[in-house]
Design a protein around this ligand. Structure first.
Ligand code: F6P
Length: 341
C-alpha cells in the first residue's frame, strides 16, 4: 500500500511521534510506502510531498513541532481539495490518507472522505476539546508547561506581594486552565465556559491578604470573559477563521484587579510557549498509539473514521462524530477544582 500523511492546523507537541509511528508501522509492519505532504492540505493540493522512510523519521520522537510543516487553510481551498478528492488520490497513487489535525482538519478530512478519498484521521490539539476522544496528545505537555509557570509565578509573586494573572491557551474550552490551575494550585481559575465575577476575585484576594498570604495567582483561559457588567468589556474581534477572539483578557484583568485592589498585579501571557518544545512521555505514548492504530485501520479498510482514546483503549470513531460539538468543561469538573470563579 501507499499511504499519505499530513499535519494541518496549529502545531502541537506529539505530531512527530505520530508521523514516526505511522512510518514504522506501515514500513516495518506491513511493507508499505509512506509519503508526507508538506504544510498540511496545501502540500496535497500543490503537489509538495516527499517519501518518508525510516531514516526520515529517525530521532524525531521527542522533537516538538512537525517535520512536515503545518498550516491553517482557507475554507475555499479545503472545498477545492474535497471537490478533487478522487483525482488527488489517483494523482499521488495513494491508497489512504492519514491527516493529523484538530477540529478544522478533521472537518476537512470528513469532506475528503465523503468525496471518495480513503481517509483515517488522527485528532490533535493542545486544547483537548475534541468530543470523540477522551484525550488529545499535546494537552498533557501544555498543562505541564502552564503548571510549571504557575509554580514559578508563585515565588516571584510572594517576594513582591503581587497578584499574578497568567493567561493560558483555550479559546472555547478551558481544559488547560482547569488542569494547570488545579496542578499549580492557582487561587483563581477563569474558564470560557462560565463568565467570571471580578468582584468575587477581588474578595478572594482580599481575604488571602487578610489571612497573611500576601500574594495570589489567577489562571485565566484566553477565551474566558467576565460576567456582564463585571468589568468594562468590549466584544471580541472575529478572526480570519470566524472565531471570536477575546484578545488580552489576561492584560485587562490584571489592570482591573490592580485598580480595584490597590495592589500590584502583573499579567503573564504564556501563548505559544505551551505549544512548543518536547512532548511529555504521556503525549509521546498517546501519539505513538494513535499512529499505530491509524495504519491498522487503513489495512482493515476502516475509512471515514479517526483514532480516539476511550478510557485506556484506542478505538475508531466516525469523523462525523469528531466535529459535531466541542468538548467543553462540564460543571461537575469545575466544582472539583474549587477555585473556579
Ligand atoms: O487550537 C489550538 C490553539 O493553540 C488555541 O489554544 C489557540 O487559541 C490557537 O491555537 C492559537 O492559534 P494560532 O497559532 O493560529 O495563533
Amino acid at each position: 500500500m501507499r499511504i499519505g500523511v499530513l499535519t494541518a492546523g496549529g502545531d502541537c507537541p506529539g505530531l512527530n511521534a505520530v508521523i514516526r509511528s505511522v512510518v514504522h508501522r506501515a514500513l516495518v509492519g506491513h511493507g508499505d510506502e509512506v509519503i508526507g505532504f508538506e504544510d498540511g492540505f496545501k502540500g496535497l493540493l500543490d503537489g509538495h510531498y516527499r517519501p518518508l522512510d525510516i531514516n526520515a523519521v529517525s530521532g524525531i520522537l521527542a522533537r516538538g513541532g512537525t517535520i512536515l510543516g503545518s498550516a491553517r487553510m482557507e475554507r475555499a481551498r479545503l472545498h477545492e481539495a474535497a471537490e478533487n478528492a478522487e483525482e488527488l488520490a489517483r494523482r499521488y497513487e495513494i491508497d489512504a490518507l492519514i491527516p493529523i489535525g484538530g477540529e478544522g482538519t478533521l472537518t476537512a478530512s470528513r469532506m475528503l472522505s465523503d468525496a471518495g478519498m480513503p481517509v483515517v484521521g488522527v485528532p490533535k490539539t493542545i486544547d483537548n476539546d475534541i468530543s470523540a476522544t477522551d484525550r488529545t496528545f499535546g494537552f498533557d505537555t501544555a498543562v505541564t508547561v502552564a503548571t510549571e509557570a504557575i509554580d514559578r509565578l508563585k515565588t516571584t509573586a510572594e517576594s513582591h506581594q503581587r497578584v499574578m494573572v497568567v493567561e493560558v491557551m483555550g479559546r472555547h474550552a478551558g481544559w488547560i486552565a482547569l488542569e494547570s490551575g488545579m496542578a499549580g494550585g492557582a487561587h483563581g481559575i477563569c474558564l470560557p465556559e462560565r463568565p467570571f465575577e471580578v468582584d468575587a476575585l477581588v474578595k478572594m484576594v482580599e481575604e488571602r491578604f487578610a489571612r497573611g498570604k500576601k500574594f495570589a495567582v489567577i489562571c485565566v483561559a484566553e477565551g474566558a470573559h467576565p460576567a456582564e457588567g463585571s468589568m468594562p468589556y468590549e466584544k471580541g474581534a472575529i478572526d480570519a477563521y470566524g472565531h471570536e477572539r477575546f484578545a488580552g483578557i489576561g492584560n485587562r484583568l490584571a489592570v482591573e484587579l490592580e485598580h480595584r485592589l490597590g495592589k500590584e498585579a502583573r499579567p503573564v501571557i504564556l501563548g505559544h510557549v505551551q505549544r512548543g518544545g518536547v512532548p511529555t512521555a504521556y503525549d509521546r505514548v498517546l501519539a505513538t498509539r494513535f499512529g499505530w492504530h491509524a495504519v491498522e485501520a487503513v489495512h482493515r479498510g476502516d475509512f471515514g473514521n479517526m483514532t480516539a482514546l476511550r478510557g485506556t483503549d484506542v478505538v475508531m470513531a466516525p469523523l462525523a462524530e469528531a466535529v459535531t460539538e466541542l468538548k467543553t468543561v462540564p460543571d461537575d469538573r469545575m466544582y472539583e477544582a474549587e477555585s473556579v470563579f
